[in-house]
Design a protein around this ligand. Structure first.
Ligand SMILES: Nc1ncnc2c1ncn2[C@@H]1O[C@H](COP(=O)(O)OP(=O)(O)OP(=O)(O)O)[C@@H](O)[C@H]1O
Ligand SMILES: [Mg+2]
Length: 259
């Protein structure tokens, strides 16, 4: 993969929290249009990698390039403008807003940044245009029937779906999904997997995700990076990673692999 096709490139990134070093020089590159999964045991550094890539925390070394641009020191809000969209391991939505208003806020924010028409508010209501766009996004994830309820009443799975749609409302070129199926029922998990696959196909969005459910990872990812203790253990296609003895060692322990 060369520099012209890579949308995101991370080189030797380090991160410490006080005296504790969490990332020990991690490098990865994500090609345009691919689904790239980061996996590894709890505490491996996956969420920290996400935070460093999205700019939520600053790295202590290494560089991050997005779309050919050095974004290493760029603040998170600026990276969003450059095309980053993300969801969190624990869903973050405005709990007291309605489901629809959560999406309207995101659609409006994008339109303001890009200079698209925002329309005028009448009687505290957004323009019909923005409302329609938000409703159609909600319909995409079958949340339209719940549009007028407060977000705090949503089930865990629906909250994750709402967060996904909020990220999509920003029309990102890269979507960063931190454990999109965490805590979900098996049927909700497969719904989310289908949604990610459809999003990538229909919108051509590049996806970086972390995920503990291996069925979801193996079904979606073009390439996988395995991390352990803040280092890269292996990077490759699903088959390459599955057949890498170093990866089995991480998941099964040395004794079980050599037994
Ligand atoms: N703000 C922080 N201050 C200190 N240590 C932290 C902080 N955030 C994370 N860590 C430590 O960094 C390491 C990596 O954490 P991280 O959340 O990135 O792991 P993860 O791979 O996402 O794990 P999980 O699969 O459980 O989500 C862990 O040892 C964690 O305790
Ligand atoms: Mg995590």
């Amino acid at each position: 993969m060369n520099a012209t096709t890579d949308l995101l490139r991370v080189d030797a990134v380090k991160k410490s929290y006080g005296p504790i070093q969490v990332l020990h020089g991690v490098s990865m590159s994500v090609a345009r249009g691919e689904v790239f999964a980061i996996i590894g045991p709890n505490g491996a550094g996956k969420t920290t990698m996400f935070k460093v890539m999205t700019g939520e925390v600053a790295s202590n070394g290494g560089t991050i390039h997005f779309d050919g641009r050095d974004v290493t020191r760029m603040p998170a809000y600026e990276r969003v403008r450059q095309g980053f969209g993300r969801t969190f391991q624990v869903a973050r939505v405005f709990r007291d807003f309605t489901v629809l208003d959560n999406v309207i806020v995101a659609v409006e924010a994008r339109r303001r940044h890009t200079g698209e028409a925002v329309g005028s508010w009448r009687n505290c209501a957004p323009s019909a245009d923005i409302r329609d766009e938000a409703m159609s996004l909600l319909a995409d994830v079958k949340l339209d029937a719940l549009a007028d309820g407060a977000a705090r009443f949503l089930s865990h799975g629906d909250k994750k779906r709402l967060e996904f749609v909020i990220a999509l409302a920003g029309r990102p070129s890269i979507l960063m999904l931190d454990e999109p199926t965490a805590g979900m029922s098996p049927s909700d998990r497969s719904d989310i997997a289908k949604l990610v696959s459809r999003t990538r196909k229909e919108r051509g969005i590049t996806v970086v995700m972390t995920e503990h459910d291996m069925d979801v990872v193996f079904g979606l990812a073009d390439r996988i990076m395995v991390m352990n203790y803040g280092e890269v253990v292996s990077t490759g296609t699903v088959d390459e990673v599955r057949n890498d003895p170093k990866v089995r060692e991480v998941y099964l322990g040395k004794e079980m692999v050599s037994a």
